[in-house]
Write a new protein. Structure first.
Length: 166
């Protein structure tokens, strides 16, 4: 009987630990330069498209070029070490080696422009960016999640809609 109670207690503890672990957000990746979306998108109310350009044909939202950052930071906070590091990348015409938080597999066709034109918002796939000092993957972008969203929004769930035919 004592063994059964001990096993029950252990199982309960494991379930509670697992439940708490699931609620913890994943650690954000270490970025080469600190960047606050909370400041830029939240407090300054910059739109995603101010920095993340969507060049034709509009499939990808680009990671901002250092020249875009330097439009403001050539004067704003130019004396801060992080901005000086950013400025060095810009002067050497090198991109900042940002660590991607979300990445679409190469075998998936995805158009940011098509999704935005259909009424999707950035937060649907990227979470509450305006509230984040550092971004982490907080939204499930698995195929199951995409299919669920497509069904909810009456978009095609035909395989060839997002995947090339073999």
């Amino acid at each position: 009987m004592k063994l059964l109670l001990a096993l029950f207690f252990l199982a309960t503890c494991l379930v509670l630990v697992a439940a708490q672990t699931e609620k913890q957000p994943p650690s954000p990746p270490q970025q080469p330069i600190p960047y606050s979306h909370k400041l830029h998108a939240g407090e300054l109310d910059l739109k995603c498209s101010n920095c993340h350009l969507n060049s034709d044909p509009g499939e990808k939202m680009g990671i901002p070029a250092t020249s875009i950052c330097m439009e403001c930071h050539s004067t704003i906070s130019a004396d801060k070490p992080a901005i000086q590091k950013l400025s060095a990348f810009a002067k050497n015409n090198r991109p900042v080696p940002w660590v991607r938080v979300y990445e679409i597999p190469s075998y998936v066709r995805f158009s940011h422009r098509a999704h935005l034109s259909a009424g999707s918002s950035c937060t649907q796939c990227h979470g509450q960016v305006k509230e984040r000092e550092q971004l982490y993957k907080e939204v499930d972008t698995s195929m199951a999640s995409c299919v669920k969203c497509h069904r909810a929004n009456k978009a095609s769930v035909d395989c060839t809609y997002c995947h090339e035919q073999m």
